[in-house]
Ligand binder design. Structure first.
Ligand code: AMP
Length: 401
């Protein structure tokens, strides 16, 4: 079965096409700057030369048309005809309380995703555009939606509710939803497999730290708590997002700086985090490079980032009465030896003992980086959200045949 995975943003569309007989990636690519005159389509077919096209792509519909044309192109294509695509899987950011797992797209599902636009005004409309574009270009193909929030729907009320008037939850569904669910789900399973233990028997904290960052407490194989909330702004310090802060800072800043709500929202999402404290970058590579050159603001940004992550790990260990496994994943988690070391250094009281040599090893494999004596197993697990979307799509479509 051939499956196309789409991840639609408001002005971008990323794709991967899988042959599910061996889960190999036939091609991947992205369309950027959708809606502009100089949109860029980058197509990387496996074993063939990369293609980069600059042209006007005004909407997602045209983006899907262009990328599917390339998929069947004589020179750059990887399949013979559009009929070879058996199903399309979409990443959808917000599934609210309606979606506890991935589903096949029906008119009711589309209606429900539209209803959730209130909760994810930037993300869910883009996903809908992706779904509609596939309907227009590949009308006979089954579509599946995979939600970032679904894995966290197992959280109990005590962790998902905010201590604010209950009427806000009842009327507007204001609560913690959590994101990066496909990643937390996948890496927790991979970690249990590596340790050769049933997932249900392990108390785990998974740290998905990339551009966006969140951690999750995993108990009995299910999400028990997670650091992102109603939106992906809460929790850890991120590249450009603040993460946790005193909510009173919002009205206080609006008053003192004469800012509108939108301006403060933009400040907290786009101009905070590593970017704000370092003053020059949201990228952990540049922060750690500058630290080595003695940049004090970079060092402060790094210390705040790792301290805040360590606090969450401690909080979740308290929430679950200890942990057995700590997992690092995503861009920073998989690559930054320094971040992993700084986070773990002061967790020895919990029985975490990092093996510095193992921590230095660079590899794309799941690997243990704690010592053999460490009471908590610390692992690096490369995440693969597209593969999970492809697997869910494959399974649901097969069951429906
Ligand atoms: P992601 O969102 O998972 O793609 O992660 C992207 C982020 O990972 C980048 O913004 C970088 O900050 C970070 N990153 C990637 N490679 C490295 C590295 N070698 N060292 C530190 N951070 C890295």
């Amino acid at each position: 079965m051939i499956i196309l995975v789409l991840n639609a943003g408001s002005s971008s569309l990323k794709y991967q096409i899988y042959n599910m007989s061996d889960e190999s990636v036939l091609a991947q690519g992205r369309v950027e700057r959708i809606g502009m005159e100089d949109s860029i389509l980058t197509h990387e077919p496996s074993g063939k030369t990369e293609v980069r096209q600059v042209s006007e792509i005004l909407d997602h519909n045209t983006a899907v048309k262009k990328l599917t044309d390339l998929l069947i192109d004589r020179e750059h294509g990887v399949i013979l005809s559009m009929k070879d695509i058996n199903a399309v899987g979409h990443r959808v950011v917000h599934g609210g309380e309606s979606f506890k797992h991935s589903v096949i797209v029906t008119s009711e599902v589309k209606q429900e995703i539209r209803k959730l636009i209130d909760l994810a005004p930037l993300h869910n409309p883009a996903a809908m555009m992706g779904i509609m574009a596939v309907e227009a270009n590949l009308p006979d193909v089954s579509q599946v939606v995979v939600f970032d929030t679904a894995f966290h729907q197992s959280m109990p009320q005590e962790t998902f509710l905010y201590p604010i008037p209950m009427v806000l939850y009842r009327r507007h569904k204001i609560r913690r939803y959590g994101f990066h669910g496909t990643s937390h789900d996948y890496v927790s399973r991979q970690a249990a497999m590596k340790l050769n233990k049933p997932l249900e028997s392990l108390k785990m904290v998974t740290c998905h730290i990339g551009n966006g960052a969140s951690c999750a407490a995993i108990l009995d194989g299910k999400s028990f708590d997670t650091s992102m909330g109603l939106t992906p702004l809460e929790g850890l310090m991120m590249g450009t997002r603040s993460g946790d802060l005193d909510p009173a800072i919002v009205p206080f800043t609006m008053d003192k700086e004469e800012l509108t709500l939108n301006e403060v929202n933009s400040m907290l999402n786009k101009h905070s985090g590593l970017q704000a404290i370092s003053g020059f970058s949201s990228d952990m590579r540049e922060i750690t490079d500058a630290m080595k050159d003695g940049d004090k603001q970079a060092k402060l940004a790094f210390d705040m980032y790792t301290y805040r992550l360590r606090k969450y790990i401690g909080a979740y260990a308290a929430g679950m009465n200890g942990i057995d496994v700590l997992v690092f994943t995503a861009g920073v988690g998989e690559n930054s030896v320094m971040v992993r070391q700084a986070v773990c250094e002061n967790l020895s009281f919990m029985g975490i003992e990092l093996d510095n040599e193992r921590n230095e090893i660079r590899s794309k494999e799941v690997r243990l980086i704690s010592t053999d004596k460490s009471r908590v197993s610390v692992l690096v697990v490369p995440t693969n959200e597209e593969l999970i979307i492809a697997r869910d799509t494959y399974q649901l479509v097969r069951e429906s045949l």
